[in-house]
Design a protein. Structure first.
Length: 379
């Protein structure tokens, strides 16, 4: 019988958006309880957060290293850790918990380099630990339906992909987006990229998840458009896949009027699938004879495999928090299976650290392409 797991969190202190989102997503199924954490570099802020979350003060730690060591030594230590800190710290934090035998869930991008991501992937395998990277959009029921439908041949062989993720929140000169944007625009904290790491990795992962295709090579133009920016805020990428299909990816933070406008169009030899994150309750399928169907979450055509992640009846919209919760649902189910000896890798229905590494390989290839005059670069 499955038990309620326990987890700790690194980051996610007062006024931090993403940490609260993770906590709410996990709470949807009550599959894990937050019992430990270090929520800020500032001890006072961390203690304040622990109090707000009703945690035992003894399990509010001064550093992630202390937390990993002490939780690993406890008989009732945490089953996994959630890492929701700026990009540059992911590698050290995740590595520390893996070395202490603790499963990891980390916000994306998993690290700031492919080399770091691959090292974490190998370490997780060596330790026999699960490692999830929270590409939230793959948790939508309609995304899961589309993935299965494409693999079952609904639209035939994939021929072309058009995918975009524009936002407009960093479009104004002198406006770095407050606390959430400042570190993304800072190469010391975000790495060598901003927009492509923040949004482009979502595009790469979403397309890879839906189509199952691997990228063969890319040609990228990465621009710093807003005066004062030193990292990219608008990216255009040509993609060639391993099956010969082509793609065009566009990500932007300077698109006034766009919020979280992830949109994917997949064109196959027998039809087309269209998906838009801001209308994620439905997916559009166009057959080769021109028939257009809208398939809505909550109805039988979604199928049992994807529909099991639905939480509400049709007509009651589910959203982004639920999508993240679906990733944690699979993650915690796999953790419980690990504990009772029934785990098999076929059970995994969440983005792994391997997927996180592939996202960094994509980013680094695009950066190389752009820096060398927009040339084709093999992955």
């Amino acid at each position: 019988m499955a038990k309620q797991l326990t987890y700790g969190m690194v980051g996610g202190g007062p006024d931090a958006f993403i940490g609260a989102a993770h906590r709410k997503a996990i709470a949807l199924d009550s599959s894990a309880k937050l019992v430990a954490g270090v929520f800020s570099r500032t001890a006072e802020k961390s203690r304040k957060m622990a109090e707000l979350l009703y945690l035992d003060k003894e399990r509010c730690y001064g550093s992630y290293a202390e937390m990993a060591e002490k939780e690993a030594a406890r008989e009732d230590g945490i089953d996994f850790v959630v890492v929701v800190t700026p990009n540059e710290s992911h590698y050290d934090i995740c590595k520390t918990f893996l070395q202490n035998g603790i499963h990891v869930a980390c916000d994306k991008p998993v690290t700031v380099s492919y080399e770091q991501a691959r090292e974490l992937e190998e370490l997780a395998k060596e330790k026999g630990l699960l490692f999830m990277v929270t590409y939230t959009y793959t948790g939508y029921v309609t995304m899961k339906y589309a993935r299965d439908a494409i693999r079952d041949g609904l639209i035939g062989d994939v021929r072309a992909v058009m995918a975009e993720y524009p936002q407009g929140w960093l479009a104004k000169e002198g406006d770095f987006g407050g606390k959430q944007g400042e570190w993304r625009c800072d190469p010391k904290r975000s790495g060598a990229v901003n927009c492509l790491g923040d949004l482009g990795t979502h595009v790469e992962n979403a397309v890879a998840t839906l189509t199952g295709l691997k990228i063969k090579r890319v040609l990228a133009k990465m621009d710093c458009i807003v005066p004062g920016r030193v990292l990219d805020d608008n990216d255009s990428v040509l993609v060639e896949f391993d099956n010969g299909a082509t793609g065009i990816y566009w990500t932007s933070q300077i698109a006034f009027g766009a919020d979280n406008s992830l949109r994917i169009r997949i064109y196959g030899s027998k039809g087309t699938i269209l998906w838009f994150q801001e209308s994620a309750e439905k997916i559009t399928v166009i057959s080769e004879d021109g028939t257009i169907r809208e398939i809505h979450r909550g109805y039988p055509e979604i199928g049992e495999k994807a529909a099991k992640y639905g939480r509400l009846p049709s007509g009651h919209p589910e959203g982004w928090i639920e999508a993240m919760g679906n990733l944690y649902r699979s993650f915690t189910e796999c953790l419980n299976a690990k504990l009772d000896g029934t785990f098999d890798e076929s059970m995994i229905d969440y983005p792994t650290v391997e997927a996180g590494a592939e996202g960094l390989a994509f980013v680094e290839a695009c950066l190389k392409s752009s820096q060398n005059g927009n040339v084709w670069v093999e992955l």
